[in-house]
Design a protein around this ligand. Structure first.
Ligand code: SIN
Length: 282
């Protein structure tokens, strides 16, 4: 495997790997190391069946089907179909998923370790994913702010705290009443120790964080907004542009990410698998 740096201080591209072929434990260990080191790891121009994609994803941990179950892959519920294509008046997948900075499954008690996307249809323009490095964002905070964050616990719920208008393209994907009923408030540290690398990162300060335990609402919102502004600055970002067949895997515990709005008439389709954390925070 050859590794190439894509962004300034994170995001790697792995060459010389065919994910359709069985991976030895040694080869997988190398990939896993590159994943935790790079935070975003990209494999270009793969040719995978749904089953092969799922088998690769499972090497990272247990997949967790997305709450939006109407767009699960017909054979593999662990795969969520992201697509803006409409066939015979019916959406082929979930459109506009995650078009705001967020961390996957931060609205669940055991959040996501990794998310994988496999790009099937690439639009003529756009369709990129943005990533923001939350290790670097935390490291750069002034000492007084790091001290202030010590022990603070964020209160999370499904949604985008900056856009709750259900019909908006930048709100969280709409849930049915039954799906809403499956979700509850959960707690995560605002500055969170990564369960594998042990490094501290700002955690989901954009997206599902609506408050801070024990802090008046206005003060908590102001602090979260200040952290979000800092955490999504251009200097922490990397923009991934897809080619057909590209597979990307990213580390949710050390990143925020955001889809970008694409012309609804310019077809974009990806398969997505989300892997849950298996180790609780140290
Ligand atoms: C996501 O946030 O899961 C989707 C990212 C994308 O479609 O670019």
């Amino acid at each position: 495997m050859q590794l190439k740096r894509l962004g300034g201080d994170f995001a790697l591209e792995a060459g010389g790997v065919d994910l359709a072929r069985p991976l030895s434990d040694g080869a997988f260990r190398e990939i896993e190391e590159a994943f935790f080191a790079g935070q975003v790891l990209v494999f270009r121009a793969q040719n995978l069946t749904a089953r092969q994609f799922l088998e690769f994803a499972r090497r990272f941990g247990p997949p967790e089907p997305h709450v939006v179950d109407q767009f699960h892959h017909p054979e593999y519920a662990d795969i969520l179909i992201l697509s803006n294509v409409v066939r015979d008046g019916k959406p082929a997948g979930l459109a506009d998923a995650g078009t705001y900075f967020h961390t996957d499954y931060s609205y669940l008690e055991t959040p996501a370790r990794a998310t994988l996307l496999y790009s099937l249809q690439v639009p003529r323009a756009g369709g990129d994913t943005l990533f923001a490095n939350q290790y670097a964002a935390y490291d750069d905070l002034p000492g007084a702010m790091k001290k202030r964050l010590e022990g603070l616990v964020g209160l999370h719920h499904y949604g985008n705290r900056d856009d709750l208008e259900e019909t908006s393209r930048t709100a969280a994907s709409l849930l049915t009443e039954e799906q809403k009923g499956r979700l509850h408030w959960v707690r995560h540290p605002v500055a969170r120790r990564h369960p594998v690398t042990g490094r501290t990162a700002l955690y989901a300060v954009s997206g599902s964080s609506f408050g801070i335990e024990g802090m008046p609402e206005g003060e908590a919102r102001a602090l979260l907004d200040e952290l979000k502004r800092h955490a999504t600055l251009g200097k922490y970002r990397y923009r991934l542009t897809y080619g057909a067949g590209d597979v990307v895997i990213w580390d949710n515990a050390s990143l925020l990410h955001s889809a970008t709005l694409t012309d609804p008439d310019d077809a974009r389709t990806l398969w997505r698998i989300t892997i849950k954390e298996t180790r609780r925070q140290a």
